[in-house]
Design a protein around this ligand. Structure first.
Ligand code: ADP
Ligand code: MG
Length: 323
């Protein structure tokens, strides 16, 4: 049986090239770059609620890092440091820990982020990650900065992770290639960190799509005191999502969660620039609508007909919420 300190030393202590002092003391020491604001974000992942307990541990490590890096992306921030709080049931499986830790660490490293500390205890499998990043204070992408007349944009494609979850649960049959695409998006979301940074000074408001496109867009609208029109036919969908019946396609694309794409608003005059910086960041972006005055929240098809869709996503404290 390995002690808590043995576990930390073997699995949770990694080199921290960008940090003065990492794991091993009572706290880590970090130097914030001059002129930058510190951005902090925490996410909690509970087994059985946010992930299936039997999920591959490497993927779980990747996802635990990615969902937090995605919050940095949505702020336009450069992620710099992360901590991991973890509760582990029973006597920890060393192979599981090694794989989890590799997935977590590899993902952080790919985004220039040092794993600087955390806390380890016994208990029902729970993962709490905090990521710290930097952004020039006046260039942070907040939820409250959307303006009437802005274009509304989405990166990548939406609905794939929700479709992947259905496959995983045996509720959906797809071709092998489509199934793999969707399950990969569910297990290993790609945080849009480069895009978020590239949108500094261009985008007005931004959010990452974790609870469903309309629900997360709704947060921007509420915070900014504006409305929006979304054109359903312009919402970017993968071939996998296009292969399922239109009503389910619509529900998953507009209200499915876990895609970790960025939804953002930007002045219409900057659309060329937005496409340019997104191409440089290696991410596709699609204009899906525009910001309207407060009180109007509408999804239309290309012919202008209003679609009856719910502007809400998953809510952990509302049993009527949908996933
Ligand atoms: P303390 O009792 O002072 O809280 P701990 O024994 O909990 O210290 O942790 C010792 C060191 O190990 C600290 O530097 C802490 O940040 C680090 N640590 C503990 N758990 C983790 C973890 N899951 N990931 C990274 N570092 C960890
Ligand atoms: Mg501790």
């Amino acid at each position: 049986m390995t002690s808590e300190f043995g576990l930390i030393a073997r699995f949770f202590s990694r080199p921290v090239p960008g940090t003065r002092l990492g794991v091993g003391d009572d706290g880590a020491l970090m130097d914030v770059s001059p002129g930058q604001s510190l951005v902090v974000s925490t996410d909690l992942l509970v087994a059985g609620r946010h992930f299936l307990p039997e999920v591959d541990p490497w993927c779980l490590g990747v996802k635990s890092a990615s969902v937090n890096l995605s919050d940095m992306a949505a702020m336009g921030a450069s992620p710099r440091w992360a901590t991991l709080g973890i509760a582990l049931p029973g006597s920890p499986d060393e192979d599981w820990l090694a794989r989890f830790s590799d997935g977590f660490h590899d993902t952080l490293r790919r985004h220039g982020t040092d794993w600087v500390g955390g806390d380890t205890t016994a208990g029902p499998l729970t993962i709490a990650v905090t990521v710290l990043g930097e952004v020039p204070p006046l260039q942070a992408l907040t939820r409250s900065a959307a303006q009437v007349g802005d274009d509304l944009w989405v990166s990548g494609t939406v609905g794939d992770a929700a479709l992947g979850l259905r496959c995983r649960q045996g509720r959906q049959v797809l071709s092998e290639g489509a199934r793999r695409h969707c399950e990969d998006r569910l297990d290993m979301p790609e945080p849009r960190v480069s895009l978020g940074k590239a949108l500094r000074g261009l985008a007005h408001a931004a959010i990452d799509v974790s609870d469903g496109l309309l629900a997360d867009l709704g947060h921007i609208l509420t915070s900014s005191g504006v409305g929006a029109e979304v054109i359903w036919d312009d919402v970017p969908l993968s071939p996998a999502l296009r292969s399922i019946p239109v009503e389910e396609r619509q529900a998953l694309a507009l209200s499915g969660g876990d895609d970790y794409e960025l939804c953002f608003s930007a002045p219409a005059a900057l659309s060329g620039r937005i496409r340019e910086v997104a191409a440089n960041a290696g991410v596709s972006v699609t204009r899906v609508g525009r910001i309207l005055p407060a009180g109007q929240r509408v999804v239309r098809n290309a012919a202008g007909r209003v679609l009856d869709v719910p502007w809400r996503g998953y809510d952990h404290f509302d049993s009527g919420g949908q996933s």
